[in-house]
Design a binder for this molecule. Structure first.
Ligand SMILES: Nc1ncnc2c1ncn2[C@@H]1O[C@H](COP(=O)(O)OP(=O)(O)OP(=O)(O)O)[C@@H](O)[C@H]1O
Ligand SMILES: [Mg+2]
Length: 111
């Protein structure tokens, strides 16, 4: 059965990102894990993508593969089905997948 763990705290710098990164990494030794970066700072995405972070949001193949673009159909009220997002998986961690964040995700906060 799928389990979901949400890591949330109003306070900054208390290890939310670091905890998700390390817990996700460890759990992926035994389980298939999807980590979702819902923070517009995209620090979790940056940790996992490393040097590929900037090109990820430029390259045609990957620039729309993120949380904001994934849900944009619903938030813009378009009459199309939501399409699945292709989730990045580091070569060294085949059971760990990332739903990348987006710096402008907060545009949808008040909607
Ligand atoms: N267990 C730990 N031991 C020592 N340093 C840690 C630990 N966990 C996190 N840190 C360090 O604390 C700092 C803040 O961690 P992190 O970015 O994970 O916090 P955050 O809650 O996600 O912050 P933000 O609110 O900015 O998103 C980082 O420099 C990180 O390396
Ligand atoms: Mg963080």
């Amino acid at each position: 059965m799928t389990k979901r763990i949400a890591v949330f705290n109003h306070k900054g710098g208390v290890s939310k990102t670091t905890s998700v990164y390390n817990i996700g990494w460890l759990l992926s030794n035994n389980y298939k894990v999807l980590v979702v970066d819902a923070d517009p700072q995209c620090n979790l995405t940056s940790l996992l993508l490393g040097d590929s972070f900037e090109s990820y949001y430029i390259d045609d193949e990957t620039k729309n593969q993120n949380l904001k673009d994934g849900v944009s159909t619903a938030f813009q009220g378009r009459p199309f089905p939501i399409q699945a997002v292709e989730c990045y998986s580091p070569e060294r961690l085949p059971n760990l997948f990332l739903l990348a964040g987006h710096a402008n995700l907060s545009e949808y906060d008040a909607l």
